[in-house]
Design a protein around this ligand. Structure first.
Ligand code: COA
Length: 196
């Protein structure tokens, strides 16, 4: 079945929230921040993210006309806010997430602090519905991102919390730049050098 990659539109927010929450509910960082099997918290997190955070280059992957994957990337340095803005921003934006807020602050403050100075296009989140994984949807979305990196002659950057994703991203030319625990879980920071 053909996979169609197209620009995300807010009209697809409900199906996209479901795809992202299902994709990420078992990710170690999400379990650490929200608790195990917290679809409710993950849904809220991604609804807020889609409305207020993932506002740059956003794409969906459609299979049989249904959203099964989502990807967002943004150009540095505005890909993440300055670390000092995180506590206030998180307290306001993520207030509905209640007791997860301090962990979200720690999570995003760390990512902001580690964000490379060198110009890059920062990808995240990238997620595919669990029942549609392994069929090339993640690859189709990544190919769209790599096309952008090549066109703009810019480096790529990402964070990930699943060891199997490290191998996935290596296939697209990423290398591990740093490995560090965050909220008690191993996290990998990966870089793809700018092509001349
Ligand atoms: C990572 C993710 C986006 C990949 O999407 P996908 O549609 O399953 O990827 P593809 O079908 O294009 O797979 C591409 C390759 O990676 C491998 N791969 C993908 N996910 C894998 C996994 N979880 N474990 C092992 N291998 C995996 C596939 O076997 C395939 O290899 P091949 O080309 O040699 O056959 C998807 O697994 C996902 O949404 N995971 C949960 C959320 C997440 O961790 N997102 C990334 C955050 S940084």
């Amino acid at each position: 079945m053909a996979i169609l990659v197209e620009k995300y539109s807010a009209a697809r927010i409900d199906s996209t929230v479901s795809v992202l929450a299902e994709a990420f509910v078992t990710n170690p960082l999400h379990i650490s921040a929200f608790g195990p099997q917290r679809m409710d918290q993950n849904r809220l997190f991604f609804r807020i993210g889609l409305r207020h955070m993932f506002t740059s280059h956003a794409f969906v992957a459609l299979l049989d006309g249904e959203v099964r994957g989502y990807m967002h990337f943004a150009a540095s340095p505005s890909c993440l806010p300055p670390p000092e803005q995180i506590p206030a921003a998180a307290a306001t934006l993520f207030e509905p997430l209640g007791q997860a807020v301090p962990k979200i602050v720690k999570w995003f403050s760390t990512w902001c602090r580690l964000d490379p100075e060198e110009p890059h296009a920062h990808i995240g989140p990238l997620g595919v519905s669990p029942d549609a994984q392994g069929r090339g949807i993640g690859t189709a979305l990544m190919n769209r991102y790599i096309e952008h990196l090549k066109q703009e002659r810019v480096a790529g950057y990402l964070e990930t919390d699943r060891p199997e994703n490290v191998d996935f991203y290596k296939k697209f030319g990423f290398v591990v730049q740093r490995e560090q625990r965050l909220l008690g879980v191993p996290t990998w920071y990966m870089w793809r050098a700018r092509e001349e």
